[in-house]
Ligand binder design. Structure first.
Ligand code: BGC
Length: 739
C-alpha cells in the first residue's frame, strides 16, 4: 500500500488542489498515474444507500434498512446498536463502500425538526453514547463513519442560509457534546460540516467551529468534509479548516490557487489537508476486504432493533398483548404499505421488507381495512373501517406521518397527525373501544386529541425493514416491549421552549431557550408532559433497591428485580441533580443508563460508571467543563419523571468557577463573594461605614469607582477615599494573580 508522505511529495500543486474536492457525488479523486483508486462514500445512516445510477436520486441498491436513528436511540441499547453498525459495515464492504455518511448527532430543539427522525435524542449524553457505539461498530469492520452535521444544524427551514445564534455554554453543553463524546470514545475517520452558519460564520468555513473547537479543544485529527454543496467560499473553507469539499467535480480550484499565490493559504496548510485525504484513502484501501453478507441475519438484527425500539406509551387495562383466538381487525394502509423509513438522503431500498399485515397474519386470522391512503380518508374507506371495527373483538389501527409531513428538506408544520387520521381514530374508537393505536412517526407528536378514547398506544417509529415482524412480536406478547422515549412527548407544541423562536426570522434563529431544551426544560419548569423522556411500559414490572455511590471508583451500584410475569428488559436511568450551582442548571440531567434483561423473579446487581462530565457543566470563561464542590442528588429510575431511588453525594472540587468581581463591579458584588468580601469589609470597618449609616443601602449598588467618588461626600476625607482605593486595588491584584 502507498505511503502518505512519499505520495504527498510526488504530487504537483494542481493534483493536491484537485484532491481537496470529490470526483463526483459519491467518490473521491484517485491518482491514476500512481495507481491510487477512487474510494466510495455513501449515505447513511440507517443502512447502505448506494446509488445504482451514481446520481443523487432514490435508485439505491437493496440493502438492510435498519430503524431510524430516533428509534435506535429509543432502544437505549448501545451494544445492540454496535452489532447493527457492524452489519452495516459488512454491507458497505460487500458493495465496496469505504465511508458511510453517518451517524448524525444534531440536537432536537423542537419536535418540528424535519430530520429529527435521523438524529438520536434530545439528550446529548444519550445521543453521544448511541453515536459512539455506532462508530465503534462500523469502524470495527474497516469502514469509516462520518459524524455529521457539525454543528448547529437543528432545523431544515432555510438550512443553507440560516445563522444559528447560540451562546457558548449552550453550544458546548448541548450541541457540541454529542460530537465530543464520540471523539473522546471512538473517533470517527471523518466528520461532515453543516449547511448553516453558527454565530455568523458558515459551518464549513468557520474557524471557530473547525479550528478553535474541533481541532484545538476536541483534538480531532481526522478528515472534515463539507455537507453536499455546503461550501460557499472555497478558499475560506480550506483556509479555516475544511479538508474536503463534496460533491465534485469542483469548478473552483482556481480560487484555491489564488489563495496559495497570495499567501492566504500556506503550502504547509495545503499539505496538511491533502495528507488527511490521502490518509483516509489509504485507511479505506488498507481495510478493504471481501465479505459475504448474511442477509437473513442482518434482517433479523434489523427486526431485533425494531423490537427493542418500540415504546409502549400506555396500556390501560392490559389491552396488550392481544388475546389469542379473538376476532382481530387491523386498520391502516401502513399495515400493507409500511411506513418504515423517512424521506431524503437516508432513503433506501430494503433488501427484504416485512409488512405488519403479513407478520400479524402469520399469527392470527385478520380482517383488514385500509382506512386511508396517505393522509386522506375517503367516505368509503371510513365506512369499511368502521364496519370492520364494529364486528371485531380487538382492533389494531396503524397511523403516523407521511413523507409529505416529515422528511429531510423541510420542517414539520405542526405536531399533529393529519386531520383525516384524527377523525378516523375517533370514529374507530367510538366503534370499538378495544383499540390499540400504533404510531409510525419519526419524532414526537401530540396525542392529546385521542388520549381519552384510546386505551393502548405503541410508538413504533419508522422501524426499518423488520418493522412488521417486530410489531407482531410485541402485539402478540412474544416479547415484552422495552423501548424508552429518546425524546419528550409534550402535551402540546406551545409548551416547547422554542415555540416563539423556531424557525427564526429570515436569516437568524436564536437559541434563546439556551440549555433548557427537552426534559431539561419541562422538568425544571415542572410542566405537565404527555409522556416523559425515558418513559416506556413493559409487560413485566421491575423494582430497584440498594442504590449506593462508590466515590473511589466513581460509580453507582444498585439491584434490580423482575417482579412481573414476563421476561423483559428495563432501562435504568441515572439523573444527577445539583443542589446549588454558581450558574443555573437544569433540575437534573441524564448521566448514565443501562438496559437490563431479566427473567421473572430474577435479581441482579448492577454497577454504572460515571464519566468525567457526570457532575460537570460548561463554564464559558474557563473554556471547559468543570465540577463545582457541593451536594448532588443521584436519581435512579425508569424515566425522568419516574425516579425510584435517590442518594446524596458530596463532591470536593479544586475548581472555582465563579468570576472574580472586578474593580468596576458593585459593592454588593464584592460583599457577596467570599474572595473579595473580606478586603472590602476591612475597609468599610476601618471607616466605620455600617448599615447604621443612612447611605449604606444606596452604596451597596455603587460600582467601586462610584463608591470611591462618594466617600468624601459621606462624611469622610479625600485621603480616606484614596486609601480605600489603594487597598482594594492592591489586594484585588493579589487574588487575581497569586504569586
Ligand atoms: C445531507 C447529508 C447527506 C448528503 C449526501 C445532504 O443533503 O444533509 O446528511 O449525507 O446530503 O447525500
Amino acid at each position: 500500500m502507498f505511503d502518505v508522505a512519499t505520495t504527498l511529495a510526488q504530487l504537483s500543486t494542481e493534483e493536491k488542489v484537485r484532491l481537496l474536492c470529490g470526483k463526483d457525488a459519491w467518490h473521491l479523486h484517485g491518482i491514476e498515474r500512481l495507481g491510487i483508486p477512487a474510494i466510495t462514500l455513501t449515505d447513511g445512516p440507517h443502512g447502505v444507500r448506494l446509488s445504482e445510477s451514481q446520481a443523487l436520486d432514490n435508485s439505491a441498491l437493496p440493502a438492510t434498512v435498519f430503524p431510524v436513528e430516533a428509534a435506535m436511540a429509543a432502544s437505549w441499547n448501545p451494544e445492540l446498536l454496535e452489532q447493527v453498525a457492524a452489519a452495516i459495515g459488512e454491507e458497505c464492504q460487500s458493495m465496496d463502500v469505504g465511508i458511510l455518511l453517518g451517524p448524525g448527532v444534531n440536537g432536537k430543539r423542537t419536535p418540528l425538526g424535519g430530520r429529527n427522525f435521523e438524529y438520536f435524542s434530545e439528550d446529548p449524553f444519550l445521543s453521544g453514547a448511541m453515536a459512539s457505539a455506532f462508530v465503534r461498530g462500523i469502524q470495527s469492520r474497516g469502514v469509516g463513519a462520518c459524524l455529521k452535521h457539525f454543528a448547529g444544524n437543528e432545523q431544515e427551514t432555510r438550512r443553507f442560509l440560516i445563522n444559528a445564534d447560540i451562546d457558548e455554554r449552550t453550544l458546548q453543553e448541548l450541541y457540541i457534546e454529542p460530537f465530543a463524546k464520540v471523539l473522546r470514545e471512538n473517533p470517527p475517520w471523518t466528520m461532515m460540516g453543516a449547511y448553516n452558519a453558527v454565530n455568523g460564520e458558515h459551518a464549513c468555513q468557520s474557524a471557530d467551529l473547525l479550528q478553535r473547537i474541533l481541532r484545538n479543544q476536541l483534538g480531532y485529527d481526522g478528515l472534515v468534509m463539507s455537507d453536499w454543496v455546503a461550501v460557499k467560499d472555497k478558499a475560506a473553507s480550506h483556509i479555516n479548516g475544511l479538508d474536503l469539499e463534496m460533491p465534485g467535480p469542483g469548478e473552483r480550484d482556481a480560487q484555491l490557487h489564488d489563495a496559495l499565490t497570495d499567501g492566504r493559504l500556506g503550502e504547509a496548510e495545503l499539505d496538511r489537508r491533502v495528507a488527511r485525504v490521502l490518509t483516509l484513502i489509504k485507511q479505506v484501501l488498507d481495510q478493504n476486504r471481501t465479505v459475504t453478507v448474511e442477509w437473513p441475519a442482518h434482517h433479523e438484527l434489523a427486526t431485533q432493533l425494531a423490537v427493542e425500539s418500540m415504546v409502549l406509551l400506555k396500556n390501560d387495562s392490559n389491552q396488550l398483548p392481544l388475546s389469542p383466538g379473538k376476532r382481530l381487525v387491523v386498520i391502516g394502509d401502513f399495515a400493507r404499505n409500511p411506513r418504515f423509513q423517512g424521506g431524503g438522503s437516508s432513503h433506501m431500498t430494503p433488501h427484504q421488507l416485512s409488512t405488519p399485515l403479513d407478520a400479524i397474519g402469520q399469527r392470527a386470522e385478520v380482517v383488514f381495512a385500509d382506512g386511508y391512503t396517505e393522509t386522506r380518508v375517503t367516505p368509503e374507506q371510513l365506512e369499511a373501517a368502521i364496519r370492520a371495527a364494529t364486528e371485531a373483538d380487538q382492533v389494531v389501527l396503524l397511523t403516523g406521518t407521511t413523507d409529505s409531513m416529515e422528511s429531510e428538506g423541510f420542517d414539520r408544520a405542526d405536531m399533529k397527525l393529519a386531520p383525516d387520521h384524527l377523525m378516523l381514530i375517533s370514529a374507530i374508537a367510538d366503534a370499538n373501544p378495544n383499540l390499540t393505536l400504533v404510531l409510525h412517526t419519526g419524532s414526537a407528536i401530540e396525542t392529546r386529541q385521542f388520549e381519552h378514547q384510546v386505551p393502548a398506544i405503541l410508538q413504533a417509529w419508522l422501524p426499518g425493514e423488520g418493522g412488521g415482524e417486530a410489531l407482531a412480536r410485541i402485539l402478540f406478547g412474544e416479547t415484552s416491549p422495552s423501548g424508552k422515549l429518546s425524546e419528550t412527548f409534550p402535551v402540546r407544541l406551545e409548551h416547547n421552549p422554542t415555540f416563539e423562536t423556531f424557525p427564526g426570522t429570515k436569516d437568524t434563529v436564536e437559541y434563546r431557550e439556551g440549555i433548557f431544551t427537552g426534559y431539561r426544560f419541562y422538568d425544571t419548569k415542572a410542566l405537565p408532559v404527555q409522556y416523559p423522556f425515558g418513559h416506556g411500559l413493559s409487560y413485566s414490572q421491575f423494582t430497584l433497591a440498594d442504590l449506593n455511590y462508590h466515590s473511589k471508583q466513581r460509580q453507582v451500584s444498585f439491584s434490580i428485580t423482575n417482579q412481573g410475569p414476563a421476561e423483559g428488559a428495563e432501562v435504568v436511568q441515572l439523573y444527577i441533580h445539583d443542589e446549588a450551582s454558581t450558574y443555573q442548571r437544569p433540575v437534573h440531567e441524564l448521566k448514565a443508563f443501562r438496559k437490563i434483561r431479566l427473567v421473572p423473579g430474577e435479581k441482579r446487581t448492577i454497577t454504572l460508571p460515571l464519566d468525567e462530565h457526570a457532575f460537570a457543566y460548561f463554564v464559558p470563561h474557563l473554556g471547559r467543563f468543570a465540577e463545582e464542590s457541593g451536594r448532588f442528588e443521584l436519581r435512579l429510575g425508569f424515566s425522568s419523571r419516574d425516579i425510584r431511588l435517590t442518594t446524596w453525594v458530596t463532591l470536593e472540587s479544586d475548581t472555582d468557577v465563579r468570576l472574580l468581581p472586578t474593580l468596576d463591579d458593585t459593592v454588593k458584588d464584592w460583599l457577596s463573594d467570599s474572595r473579595t468580601a473580606p478586603i472590602l469589609q476591612q475597609e468599610l470597618d476601618r471607616l466605620q461605614f455600617t448599615d447604621a449609616h443612612p447611605m449604606f443601602g444606596i452604596a451597596l449598588g455603587f460600582p467601586i469607582p462610584q463608591l470611591i467618588q462618594f466617600i468624601p461626600h459621606m462624611g469622610y476625607g479625600e485621603q480616606d477615599a484614596r486609601d480605600v482605593l489603594d487597598a482594594l486595588q492592591q489586594q484585588w491584584h493579589q487574588i487575581k494573580t497569586p504569586d
